[in-house]
Design a protein around this ligand. Structure first.
Ligand code: FAD
Length: 287
């Protein structure tokens, strides 16, 4: 690792909760303009770091790099990197490009095969563990994904924990979670991880429920269970404004409880917007 060794894990192990934001690469120039505007608004809240997603199997990867190139000089940036369908050579080339930017860390992921790529060559990597091994050679701090409700392909949480431990032993120094709504799943993951010798900080990923339909779609795609009481309350809402209020109230409580019970910080999935993340930070007392 370079001399910024462990910058992200040091922040996550610090004595105050971290604030961080996830962005995705926009589809077009207008989307980029909107993202820039959101980024500038969110920057005012002094995020500890941000992260930028990366589409598996080629989708919008150039723009992901462009976002990382632009933002990493302003805020410590974790670049997500997927390996499914990639060759070792293409990943090494990317590492060289990231070395020329001020990238704070790489989130080493397998990625999922998009439906229109099913049957395409899978490349040189079977799992994210292979990527962790390659990224380690490039001296970047390495983050990994964690799944409070277990990874959909895993037989059980114990299997996921064994994989997390292998990745930690291979050099990963922090983990970020998948979207979840049930706080018990996060703290259960944390305590089971500790019992399995996993000591790296696991920062919870939180998506403010502002656009309820969009968040519910993301929940379905990721397999995150939505608590029955939230579904019931949302079903009573008469219009979008009142469902937004119910959703945000739920998100604020989740964020407050996470921090109160010892989460290292909150990684906010912004969906490239700034209003709901700022509302969440203010209501949680983090801003
Ligand atoms: P892996 O670690 O490879 O795990 C996949 C499956 O294989 C799991 O069931 C695991 O238990 C199993 N496994 C792994 N290694 C071993 C082993 N050695 N032995 C046995 N079993 C093993 N996707 C994107 O395309 N772009 C993104 O930017 C992106 N960002 C994400 C950010 C976060 C915080 C999270 C949680 C997910 C993100 N994803 C992203 C989605 C992610 O790529 C998928 O969830 C993918 O299915 C799993 O990725 P992984 O890195 O955990 O894979």
């Amino acid at each position: 690792m370079n001399n910024e060794l462990g910058r992200i894990s040091a922040l996550l192990k610090g004595d105050r909760p971290t604030i961080s934001f996830e962005f995705f690469p926009p589809k077009d120039d207008l989307g980029f303009e909107n993202l820039r505007a959101s980024f500038q608004e969110l920057k005012k809240y002094s995020p500890d770091f941000i992260s930028v997603t990366y589409g598996a199997m080629g989708s919008n990867q150039e723009r992901s790099l462009a976002v990382v190139a632009e933002f990493s000089s302003q805020v410590p940036t974790v670049a997500h990197l997927t390996c499914i369908g990639s060759t070792k050579e293409s990943i090494s080339n990317l590492m060289t490009q990231y070395s020329n930017m001020d990238v704070a860390g790489i989130l080493a992921l397998r990625g999922d095969i998009p439906s229109d790529f099913l049957g395409a060559p899978l490349g040189d990597f079977k799992t994210a563990l292979d990527l962790v091994d390659l990224v380690r050679e490039s001296n970047f701090e390495i983050g990994i994904a964690a799944f409070p409700e277990k990874h959909p392909e895993s037989p059980n949480l114990q299997h996921d924990l064994a994989v997390l431990k292998l990745k930690q032993d291979s050099g990963a120094t922090f983990a970020m979670t998948q979207l979840f709504f049930d706080i018990d799943t996060y703290f259960n993951l944390r305590s089971s991880a500790e019992a399995s010798g996993i000591t790296i900080p696991i920062v919870p990923g939180l998506m403010p429920i502002a656009n309820v339909k969009q968040v519910m779609r993301m929940a379905e795609m990721s397999g995150a269970k939505v608590p029955v009481h939230l579904v019931e309350r949302l079903s009573e809402a008469n219009d979008e404004l009142s469902s937004r209020e119910i959703g945000m109230e739920f998100s604020v409580k989740l964020a407050k409880d996470l921090i109160a019970q010892g989460a290292p910080g909150i990684h906010i999935f912004t969906l490239n917007h700034h209003k709901a993340p700022i509302e969440l930070l203010k209501a949680t007392g983090l801003a």
